[in-house]
Design a protein around this ligand. Structure first.
Ligand code: COA
Ligand code: MG
Length: 283
């Protein structure tokens, strides 16, 4: 499986040259150049050409470069797939309003795919979507989802049922779930709280809309120093206990057994990835 860091995936409107340039120098793990809802109909063709040009010409460093296409059921979406396929530096396609198997999109483009679950039909079909060839992460679009089910955006930005459903579907096939964007740019604390909740549910990162959200997402989705101290302690004590033929013991008054050892190992592995910020390229 691939090991691409996606703690912070920043959306950039695909028709905004200045923001695209700025995004290339930011510290996010991924950028998503958007051709869908951030681009008005009259600008679709121009945005696609600009995105093709800027993807190839800018220095993106180790970042994963993604483009969010228009819905692949529309003529714009079909043209996006056709014209983005040959762009070498483009790593991944973010597929909005995914509702069915995406294997044909992978076969057509050879790009990694990140579907967004943002309709009732998409959530019903999530098992099929995450099993499509080429899919190695999945995200959630809270505003469109709220629209799809006639609910409120505020409610679906936080909905634990939908979020847990997405985490479970993703993890059951070994791919990464990435949490939804947070719209209120003034509410820094609210953003952090939502990111912490997402990490606690099992998400690997968050989709973002503004540079000010990048450092918070990178921090929240990296192991904390206190977690690393705990992990090192658990590993040391667990290996000692094993030497005494014990599989369970107490550390600071709490039970430690095999699962805590596995959690500790994963935290240390996560710390290696986030400090190295590796990008291993395409499939
Ligand atoms: N990517 C790159 N740069 C961005 C950016 C983004 N998503 N959002 C803001 N910036 C830049 C601005 O250009 C500005 O740059 P400067 O200081 O060099 O002039 C700086 O960051 C500060 O921006 P600010 O003035 O606070 O915001 P804004 O009013 O220019 O933009 C939004 C606010 C919401 C319009 C903008 O953040 C945005 O377009 N976000 C992405 C929207 C999107 O793609 N939506 C689709 C998915 S939901
Ligand atoms: Mg959407």
């Amino acid at each position: 499986m691939l090991s691409v860091l996606r703690r912070s995936q920043l959306y950039v409107p695909g028709n905004n040259e200045k923001m695209i340039m700025k995004a290339s120098s930011l510290d996010c793990d991924s950028v998503i150049l958007d051709l869908e809802d951030a681009v008005p109909s009259a600008q679709k063709e121009r945005a696609r050409s600009l995105v093709r040009k800027m993807t190839s010409e800018l220095d993106w460093g180790k970042k994963e470069v993604c483009v969010r296409t228009n819905s692949v059921a529309t003529r714009w979406g079909k043209a996006d797939l056709d014209q983005l396929r040959p762009v070498d530096r483009l790593d991944s396609l973010v597929i909005p309003k995914a509702e069915e198997d995406l294997t044909r999109v992978y076969k057509q483009t050879g790009k990694r795919l990140i579907p967004i679950i943002e309709t009732a039909e998409g959530l019903e079909e999530i098992g099929t979507i995450v099993c499509s060839r080429g899919v190695d992460a999945v995200s959630f679009g809270a505003a469109d989802f709220a629209f799809s089910v006639a609910g409120s955006v505020d409610s679906y930005l936080e909905n634990p049922y939908v979020k847990t459903r997405i985490v479970v579907a993703a993890r059951s096939v070994g791919i990464e779930p990435i949490d939804n964007v947070f719209f209120d740019l003034k509410d820094r604390e609210g953003f952090r709280r939502q990111a912490l909740h997402a990490r606690a549910l099992g998400f690997s990162g968050k989709q973002l809309i503004h540079p000010s959200q990048v450092s918070v997402a990178n921090e929240v989705f990296s192991p904390k120093p206190s977690e690393l101290r705990w992990a090192r302690g658990v590993i040391k004590q667990y290996e000692r206990a094993k030497g005494r033929a014990e599989g369970a013991f107490s550390l600071d008054g709490k039970l430690i057994d095999a699962v805590h050892y596995k959690i500790a190992k994963r935290l240390l592995k996560g710390s290696d990835r986030t400090s190295g910020n590796e990008h291993e390229g395409g499939r």
